[in-house]
Design a protein around this ligand. Structure first.
Ligand code: G3I
Length: 300
């Protein structure tokens, strides 16, 4: 196949991108996005500060704009994200204890009700672990160590049709403490029947040309717990062709790796634009890494 989405679809996978609502008026951007990808993650528009700017007053304008653009081009959507220590609206940042716990539950219920039956996946909880494998000491963690499972149980009840994911960065290296911390949480959730369907590995790679150690082992180990895995925010310093080819090959080698999302379309669209980490340059030309990704998808 000659596009990323079509190549991924040959093995039942998707290939996605982050989309920013503010760029939907840029036809160079939308032309590439509509041609190459078949999954979309709103880069900021479904985060708590965007969807609930005042407590219990919801705003889905920008999220809906992306959802409508994506579905009108035959693409599916990953929701991102419902419970996170970052990009909380001001009112939420100042809450704690029972008031914050109840606000989190209400947020999940109302946002998921709006998108009920529409999204392929939701990142229910984002980035809840420290690098040493312990829980991040956020205001959400301060509401009690069970806050993550409460978020997942609330999410399952709110929309049983969507797959519920835990999403994090620096969990690609199997011998890293944070990876093991997340793995142990997922194992515990599966053993106790806490509803979780997938783990998102953000895959923000920096430096070098080789993959983090045992990356494929990490994917297959999570999958063996009975969850799907996905690479959810891939970008790579200077778009190393070996890293891009390798991360794609690792996914296609693992049956439960359901898809790959890159965190933006062109280098100029990236949160790390000075590192030129994406598959298209600022003029919209395919980079060498594009070919290494496409070839790996076509080899599946
Ligand atoms: O929209 C405002 C604009 O009105 C204002 O003038 C401008 C001034 O700073 O800020 C704009 O908002 C920025 C927003 O991106 C939209 O561009 C925020 O400041 C900026 O903080 C925000 O950054 C986002 C970042 O998450 C925030 O945590 C990035 O776009 C987004 O790519 C990034 O994505 C995260 C994932 O959600 C989770 N994993 C890591 C990943 C990279 O940091």
């Amino acid at each position: 196949a000659t596009t990323l989405g079509a190549a991924a679809a040959q093995s039942g996978r998707y290939f996605g991108t982050a989309i920013a609502a503010g760029r939907l008026g840029d036809s160079a951007y939308t032309t590439i996005a509509a041609r190459e990808f078949n999954m979309v993650t709103p880069e900021n528009e479904m985060k708590p500060d965007a969807t609930e700017p005042q407590q219990n007053q919801f705003n889905f304008t920008a999220g809906d704009q992306i959802y409508n653009w994506a579905t009108s081009h035959g693409m599916r959507v990953r929701g991102h994200t419902l419970a996170w220590h970052s990009q909380q609206p001001g009112w939420m940042q100042s809450l704690s204890g029972t008031a914050l716990r109840n606000a989190m539950i209400n947020h999940i219920q109302k946002v998921m009700a709006h998108y009920q039956g529409k999204l392929a996946y939701w990142d229910v909880v984002n980035e809840a672990f420290n690098e040493d494998g312990s829980r991040r000491q956020s205001n959400l963690q301060g509401t009690g160590n069970d806050w993550i499972e409460v978020a997942f149980r609330t999410a399952r009840a709110a929309d049983p049709s969507t797959k519920l994911c835990y999403n994090d960065y620096n969990i690609e290296n199997w011998s890293y403490a944070k990876t093991q911390g997340v793995y142990n949480m997922v194992k515990d959730f599966k053993s106790r029947g806490v509803p979780i369907d997938c783990v998102g590995l953000q895959t923000h790679f920096t430096g070098g040309s080789s993959l983090p150690s045992n990356f494929q082992t990490t994917l297959s180990s999570f999958a063996a717990l009975g969850v799907d895995v996905a690479l959810t925010e891939a970008d790579v310093t200077n778009a190393s062709t070996t890293q891009y080819g390798g991360l794609t090959q690792a996914c296609v080698n693992v049956p439960r790796c359901v898809g790959i999302t890159v965190w933006g379309v062109r280098d100029s669209d990236s949160w790390r634009s000075s590192e030129s980490p994406l598959l298209f340059d600022g003029s919209g030309n395919k980079k060498a890494a594009y070919t290494s990704v496409l070839n790996a998808l076509n080899s599946a």
